[in-house]
Structure formats: structure tokens, C-alpha cells
Ligand binder design. Structure first.
Ligand SMILES: CC(C)(COP(=O)(O)OP(=O)(O)OC[C@H]1O[C@@H](n2cnc3c(N)ncnc32)[C@H](O)[C@@H]1OP(=O)(O)O)[C@@H](O)C(=O)NCCC(=O)NCCS
Length: 318
């Protein structure tokens, strides 16, 4: 039994913050941001828009694209680092907003690797025969964790949501998955705030050692791409589309180079929305499918990496 992608959907909040607008707030330029990251703008959730609100629109679009009624869903996983509340889970809140109840719903916390972790988990549920239709969402309101006076981080991140409907099928399907984590690197990318007796203690903003993160990401993503292809018995040349985590165009280019892939075969949306953490892969996937670039029968390699450090990849026959 395989997990097959039946449909995708995504949502970006209306408000756009351009590099030029950011340059009015911190000491930076559009040229610096574009050349170092490839990012041109990011979308910001409205003050009253929660992660579950963004997720709901993405899920409704994915269900419509899949031609699946919400009553058919029997598993919901939300990958997020910016949940609506400490608890209940954003997945339970989203389930209620969807108006369907009873089936398991839970959050997955693996920061920017959240979507590949969630997709891998849903795949296990489907392959074991436990569920037939899973909705996997990556959704973030990361702008709430950004110190808008820190030019080293505020240029990078944005808000958004993407969703995938997975159905059990005898046709492939997810071919191979590979997840990793190495907690020794938990200090180079983090938001270490926590509630304590009614107060928030620790830094509530994203802290990042940019160079260390960059180096780790380039190496880990190259390795995980190789090991996932090996697991599926496929060659680099068998991959039609790379659908990478949209953090930085230079990291994406480096992975493509390692796979001997032309950038023409890479889905790149980072310019439009920056790093949306767990939402970035499903946002890119949905853009690739809706633009007609990604066609049924093609082989896609998705890969993500983020704080933890946690990383992984999913190889799919679409
Ligand atoms: C953040 C990042 C773009 C910084 O680029 P970089 O080339 O490594 O730049 P550095 O951090 O070495 O800084 C170089 C200089 O630019 C400056 N700088 C940093 N941010 C700047 C900005 N927004 N505008 C202008 N200058 C900036 C630094 O202060 C430094 O100045 P100095 O040489 O006078 O000290 C890069 O490290 C990166 O992309 N890292 C990975 C980030 C990422 O993907 N994170 C998420 C992973 S899930």
C-alpha cells in the first residue's frame, strides 16, 4: 500500500512586506537581501489571524483539489512551530474549524523539517492500513517570533500554510522517506522562551547563527538526498523535480548542484514568501502543481531542515 498525493492547497496572508519596506526599518538593502537569500518579500498574518486560520484555507483548497470530502479524512497532522496556543494542539483546533470530528489529530514539532516529519508519519499510518485518507499541513505565523529590529533574522522569515491530501493507493505514491535529528546542534537556531509560573522566560525571538546554519544545511541536505534515493533504488537522474525547503536560494542551488540538477527542475518560491518554516515545502509543492510544472507520474524529491537540528526527505511518485 502506498500513500498517494491526491491534492494540494496553500495560502499566503494578504499583507506583503517587501525588502524595500524592511530597509526603512533596519539597516539593510533590497540588493543585499536578494543576493544573500533570494528573498524579495514575505507575507504577514493579520493581527487576528492564527496559524489554524491559515491552515484552514490551505486544507480547504487541498480537499477541493483532491476532490475529497472532509468526511473522508481520518487523520490530521499539523506541522508547526507557531501553534495557536500551548494546548490544545493546533490540529485539534483546525479539526473543529473544519467541522469534522473523531479521527486522530495532532501537531508535529520539527521546525523547518516539520512537513517532511509529518508527511513521513502520515505515510506510516497509511502503509500500515490504519488510515485511508490523511491531511498533512505545514502552517506558521512565524512573524510573531521575529525581532523586527534584528536585520540578521527579520529579513528571512514569513507566514503561510500549505496542505496535502494523502490517500491510500496501490499505485505509488511515497517511495521512500528518511528522517534525522542531531540535538548537539540545538543552540545554533532556536527560540528558547518558555512559560514559567505565569511569565515568559528566555528570549521569545528567533536566534540564529547564520553561517553555522548555512554550512550544516548544505551538508545535511546533500547527504539526505543521496540516502533517500539509495533507499528507493533510484539514481539522481531519476528525479524530475526537487521541491526543497524554501529558506535560502544559495542553499537550494547547492543541493541542486550536488544532485546534478538544473535549476529549471527545482521549484523555487522563496522570493515570494521567504522562509515560512514548516509551510515552505507544501507551499512550493502546491505552486509547482498549480503552475502545471509538476505532472502526474513524475518523481519529486522534497527535503527540509531546521532547528533541532532536524532534517529529512521524502521521495514521491506524484
Ligand atoms: C543569514 C545569512 C543570509 C547571512 O549571510 P552571510 O553571507 O552569512 O552574512 P554574515 O552573517 O557573514 O554577515 C556578513 C555581514 O553582513 C551583515 N549583515 C547581516 N545581515 C544583514 C542585512 N540584513 N543587511 C545588510 N547586512 C547584513 C553582517 O552584520 C556582517 O557585517 P560585518 O561583516 O560588518 O560584521 C546567511 O548566513 C544564511 O542564509 N544562513 C542560513 C539561514 C537559514 O537558512 N536559516 C533557516 C534554516 S531553516
Amino acid at each position: 500500500m502506498y500513500s498517494r498525493i491526491a491534492g494540494t492547497g496553500s495560502y499566503l496572508p494578504e499583507k506583503i512586506l517587501t525588502n524595500a519596506e524592511l530597509a526603512e526599518k533596519v539597516d539593510t538593502t533590497d540588493e543585499w537581501i536578494v543576493s544573500r537569500t533570494g528573498i524579495r518579500q514575505r507575507h504577514l498574518a493579520a493581527p487576528d489571524q492564527l496559524t489554524s486560520d491559515l491552515a484552514l484555507i490551505a486544507v480547504e483548497r487541498a480537499l477541493a483539489a483532491a476532490g475529497v470530502d472532509k468526511s473522508e479524512v481520518d487523520l490530521l497532522i499539523v506541522a508547526t512551530t507557531t501553534p495557536d496556543n500551548i494546548f490544545p494542539s493546533t490540529a485539534c483546533i483546525l479539526q473543529n474549524k473544519l467541522g469534522v470530528h473523531g479521527f486522530p489529530a495532532f501537531d508535529m514539532q520539527a521546525v523547518c523539517a516539520g512537513f517532511v516529519y509529518a508527511l513521513t508519519t502520515a505515510d506510516q499510518f497509511i502503509k500500515s492500513g490504519a488510515v485511508k485518507c490523511a491531511v498533512v499541513v505545514g502552517a506558521e505565523t512565524l512573524s510573531n517570533l521575529i525581532d523586527w529590529t534584528d536585520r540578521g533574522t527579520c529579513i528571512l522569515f514569513g507566514d503561510g500554510a500549505g496542505a496535502v491530501v494523502l490517500k491510500a493507493s496501490e499505485e505509488p505514491g511515497i517511495l521512500a522517506t528518511h528522517l534525522h535529528a542531531d540535538g548537539r546542534y540545538n543552540g545554533i537556531l532556536k527560540t528558547d522562551a518558555r512559560p514559567k509560573q505565569g511569565e515568559l522566560v528566555g528570549n521569545p525571538f528567533v536566534y540564529m547563527e547564520g553561517n553555522a546554519v548555512f554550512k550544516f544545511a548544505v551538508k545535511a541536505l546533500a547527504e539526505v538526498a543521496e540516502s533517500t534515493l539509495a533507499k528507493a533504488g533510484l539514481a539522481k537522474s531519476d528525479v524530475d523535480w526537487l521541491v526543497p525547503h524554501q529558506a535560502n536560494i544559495r542553499i537550494i542551488e547547492s543541493t541542486a548542484k550536488h544532485l546534478h540538477m538544473s535549476m529549471d527542475n527545482v521549484i523555487v518560491t522563496v522570493a515570494e514568501h521567504g522562509n515560512t518554516s514548516a509551510a515552505s515545502i507544501p507551499l512550493a509543492l502546491d505552486a509547482g502543481i498549480r503552475s502545471g510544472k509538476i505532472q502526474r507520474g513524475q518523481t519529486l524529491l522534497m527535503e527540509g531542515i531546521g532547528g533541532g537540528f532536524a532534517w529529512g526527505s521524502v521521495l514521491v511518485k506524484y
